[in-house]
Write a protein that binds this ligand. Structure first.
Ligand code: 5GP
Length: 213
């Protein structure tokens, strides 16, 4: 990794998109290839889909438990989406940032706005667009994870979600998974090289100069 060994501040990478755009596949490819990344696992009141595992994909909680987490300030951000509640547990994020790790968030625009309010300087937000709405519906149907009713509901919200694309730092049209992953990787390389994030650079430069004398 470039500038290896020079300490830097962790960043918070947000990926948002209407569901079915391929955001989760992109997120997993990034996580698999980058051991410094920590995935923020959200709490939700939504029922698990086939194959989803509690604690890995989400913390599946009751509405009462979710409300309690909100009340106690245990969530960094939270939002309602398609009739369910979603939120980011605060403690693991704070721990990872203090360890200098990067964190990946798969959250929607309302949550992104809240994170931007709390920590704009640490945030890098990327919006993933589908090639078209027809392609989005095709992918949701192919995924076979949701009933027709739920797919209709998700398509109905997709357009309003897409309307928030211009609140993001970067926008990627996901035509090809590998190309999109490569684009996210280059965003990460650039963002990690930002001078303000390279907290160890001052020491590094000082040493380089004194060694040269
Ligand atoms: P899904 O039900 O398809 O897993 O997620 C629905 C939407 O909720 C997606 O856009 C996803 O990014 C978003 N989401 C998941 N977790 C969170 C969270 O903790 N906070 C917010 N604000 N949105 C979330």
């Amino acid at each position: 990794m470039i500038n290896e060994g020079i300490s830097r501040r962790g960043l918070m990478l947000v990926l948002s998109s209407p569901s079915g755009t391929g955001k989760t596949a992109i997120a997993h490819k990034i996580l698999d290839s980058d051991p410094n990344f920590f995935l923020s696992v959200s709490a939700t009141t939504r029922a698990p889909r086939p194959g989803e595992i509690d604690g890995r994909d989400y913390y599946f909680v009751s509405r009462a438990r979710f409300d309690e987490m909100v009340e106690k300030g245990d969530l960094l951000e939270h939002a309602e989406f398609c009739g369910n509640c979603y939120g980011t547990p605060r403690a693991p994020v704070e721990k990872s940032l203090s360890e200098g790790r990067d964190i990946l968030f798969d959250i929607e625009w309302q949550g992104t706005r809240q994170l931007a309010k709390a920590a704009r300087a640490d945030l890098v937000c990327v919006f993933i667009l589908p090639p078209s709405l027809a392609e989005l519906r095709r992918r949701l149907v192919l995924r076979k994870q949701d009933s027709d009713d739920v797919i209709d509901k998700r398509m109905a919200t997709a357009e309003s979600e897409i309307s928030h694309w211009n609140e993001y730092d970067y926008v990627i049209v996901n035509r090809d998974l590998d190309e999109s992953v490569a684009a996210v990787r280059s965003i990460l390389t650039t963002e990690r090289l930002k001078r303000v994030r390279q907290t160890g650079m001052e020491d590094y430069v000082r040493h380089t100069v004194s060694e040269a004398k």
